[in-house]
Design a protein around this ligand. Sequence first.
Ligand SMILES: [Mn+2]
Length: 445
Amino acid sequence: MASPLKRKAGKLKASSPKAKRSKIEIPEYHLTPSRRDEAGEIIWPAPKEQIERARDIIKECARANKPTLILPDKDADGLSSGAILHHTLTSRGLPSSLISVYFPPKGTTVHDQVTRDAISAKSPSFIFVLDQGSRKSGPLYDIPHTCLVIDHHFAEEGGFPEGAEYVTAHDCPPVATSSLLTYHICLPLHPDLDEKISWLAALGTHGDLGSTIKWQPPFPDMTATFKQHPKKSINDAVGLVNSPRRSAAYNVQDAWDAVLSASSPEPLLKNKKLYDANWEVRQETERCTHTPPKFSCDATIAVLTISSAAQVHPVIATRWSGHLKSDKLEVVMCANEGYLPGMVNFSCRIAKNARAREGDAKVDIIKKLEGIVADDKELRGRLGESFARGHKEASGGIVKKEVWEEFKKAMGVGENTRKKAEGSPKKEKKPVQKNTLANYFVKAS
Ligand SMILES: [Mn+2]
């Protein structure tokens, strides 16, 4: 799979002898072949020059004693990456009073005007953009400053804010997470850091790659870390840390405060705010998951319509994609009419039975969505830039409610004669606690 990283680690094991279908074996994540330099040495987790340059910028920032702004992504990987950098800067003497952190409000990204305004208000000399996905854009801030992007998402040529320097793991398989890359960069910068940041690298990495990732070369040896902090507590902490950004209130700051102040996973497991957000998201998932699917006129798309202020649509699309069984079905779509006022946020996943298709039959969700409106340029225009975003295996988007209704008509939803789905998703114990391949990709949908 040539996806831009976020995929679940580990192989698909045949769960029983009769499970012929699960013979497709995906190699262990850490065994993905690496790039090598001219001397034959593995290039990992990012090109050496980029790593060295990143270290120089971090050292320079700690020395400069100037206002510093960190923009970490809202999930376990982004927050861990941010906390690792924060600990590194303070260990090297930058007062924490000079460091601020900013999270774009619900439904917006670091590239939106609201973030630019927030940056200007803080007048930073140094800006760190962590795990945000890369996009070509103008400078994040018009006043001279130093900007470092640390990331692992796919970036098009020159796909970074103007004037920013960057270190990316994306082109050095097995692609490291942002937290692991940040850890690798920062670890040598202070002798006390190991204790403070190793468990954070594990937290973020399990957040993005799943808990089955093997910590084998080129991944660092984390035996000592897991001896001190059992995998179970790290994995439970991932679910909790990821909950505020999925809850209706979108209190990402709560998750950040918890992660930054914790010296181990333990305090996270006892944090009431995280626990409450986790509870809310689970309840919402359960409440919304029983919605009956409707099908497109050609029966290749199932649409589940829900209304929730919580970001449960990716989880629900993922659940149903594993349970709806029909040979024709290709895409399962969950449309959330209640996430942002006047908008529909939707997530799509490939139906389980269609996942093993190869060659021309392989399902590409973005192509599929674009194909529906290929002959209607006018409607495509109104669906906007946030339609069919993400990746071919897990796409989604945000569109205006009225336009969404037209799109549903274009799919022929409800014109099909089928009345009911063949199955309804079974209850899972912890539906919202993990990022997996299926719910990973779509950042803002
Ligand atoms: Mn990440």
